[in-house]
Design a protein around this ligand. Structure first.
Ligand code: NAP
Length: 341
């Protein structure tokens, strides 16, 4: 990308991720000349007391844009399939948060702490991985580099905001309806049903649709995206993805088998000195990461690091991060920062 002192930036989508992108651009002092916020419909939105004029998206919206951060929904009706090529045609570099281009061999899939070098290979589009993948690879990469990884078994506990603004609304409405009913009936049906099941006072093991071998699409994203980012498709990865009634902050119970032995104290020290990671791991004081504490923070938090007593080189980690920040908006803005360096 041609070096400039300031860049014309478009943010596509004013949902939960788009709003965090606006916050990240400001809080990180990204050198913005002109900012265009684009969505399906025009309106004024307010974020932290600042008014943004949202414009209705069209191909011409990308005239003169240097960097386009996409956080519109995915698929045929979403923003990226239609408008990312239009933005690229007009000279912008697209950083897309959705799944539409992630597995395209011409599109780098980037987590800067892991594979920032892949950014250079872009042909106009760079993809941001799925939120649950981002936090897992940030935590596993230093271990992988040190002692290798043979196997990963992960169960995710994913917050409602991971499914967008309407899912947050659904959870809120369900919690209100249950409490207004005096907690006598835990089964409620609110008008907002953007998730496949009730989430209030519930958890359900389905994120995305069911796909190959009865795994869900979200479970396959964890496998395929991790292989692509780490440039190693031999790591055996298996996932169960679960939606939990948390507002923001995904947690992951991750079991790994390393290629060479490593002690938990060594892993703690290794992660504590790695970029973008905070270790919170003190069983004596009940210290471990939790979603309510990581909401609004940009790092990946790791705790409960412990060796499997039965399996050689087996180890557990508990990994928590803000899915809207490191899992989406912040990672995208970090990619943009690498791009302009
Ligand atoms: N939430 C997360 O934790 C997370 C993490 C990683 C990646 N992602 C991905 O990030 C993207 C955005 O997710 P989100 O959670 O922010 O969704 P969201 O809260 O549902 O917001 C979606 C936004 O996209 C806009 N939009 C939808 N279709 C559009 C189109 N055809 N043209 C222009 N704008 C369009 C909507 O416009 P209107 O407001 O005008 O309706 C809305 O502002 C998705 O691809 C998602 O998979 C999300």
């Amino acid at each position: 990308m041609k070096r400039k002192s300031k860049y014309n930036v478009a943010v596509v989508g004013a949902g939960v991720v788009g709003i965090e992108m606006l916050r990240c651009l400001r809080s990180r002092n990204f050198p913005v000349q002109e900012l265009r916020v684009l969505a399906r419909s025009a309106r004024e939105i307010h974020v932290d007391g600042i008014a943004y004029q949202v414009q209705a998206i069209s191909p011409e919206s990308f005239e003169g844009i240097d960097i386009a951060l996409f956080a519109g929904t995915e698929g045929e009706k979403g923003a990226a399939v239609t408008f990312a090529p239009e933005a690229v045609k007009r000279g912008a570099v697209v950083i897309d948060n959705g799944a539409d281009f992630r597995m395209d061999p011409d599109v780098p899939l980037v987590v800067p702490e892991v594979n920032a070098r892949d950014i250079k290979k872009h042909k106009g589009i760079i993809a941001n991985p799925n939120c649950s993948t981002v936090q897992m690879v940030v935590a596993l990469w230093p271990i992988y580099k040190k002692v290798g990884l043979k196997r990963v078994i992960v169960t995710t506990l994913q917050a409602s905001s991971g499914a967008g603004k309407s899912a947050v609304e659904q959870l809120k409405e369900e919690l209100v309806a249950i409490s207004e009913g005096g907690y006598n009936n835990l089964h409620v049906k609110t008008s907002n049903r953007s998730m496949p099941q009730q989430l209030g006072f519930n958890v359900f093991p389905q994120i995305g649709g069911f796909a190959e071998n009865d795994f869900t699409s979200e479970e396959w994203k964890l496998v395929k995206e991790t292989h692509k980012i780490m440039h190693n498709a031999k790591i055996k990865i298996s996932a169960t993805t679960v939606r939990v009634p948390v507002r923001t902050g995904h947690s992951e119970a991750v079991y790994i088998e390393t290629s060479k032995p490593i002690e938990s104290a060594h892993v703690r020290a290794l992660l504590a000195q790695s970029a973008g990671i905070i270790v919170q791991d003190d069983p004596q004081t009940n210290a471990y990461p939790m979603p309510k504490d990581v909401e609004g923070k940009g790092e990946v938090f790791v705790g409960r690091i412990r060796k499997d007593p039965f399996v050689k080189n087996g180890m557990w980690l508990w990994i928590v991060a803000d899915n809207l920040l490191k899992g989406a908006a912040l990672n995208a803005v970090q990619i943009a920062e690498e791009l302009i360096q």
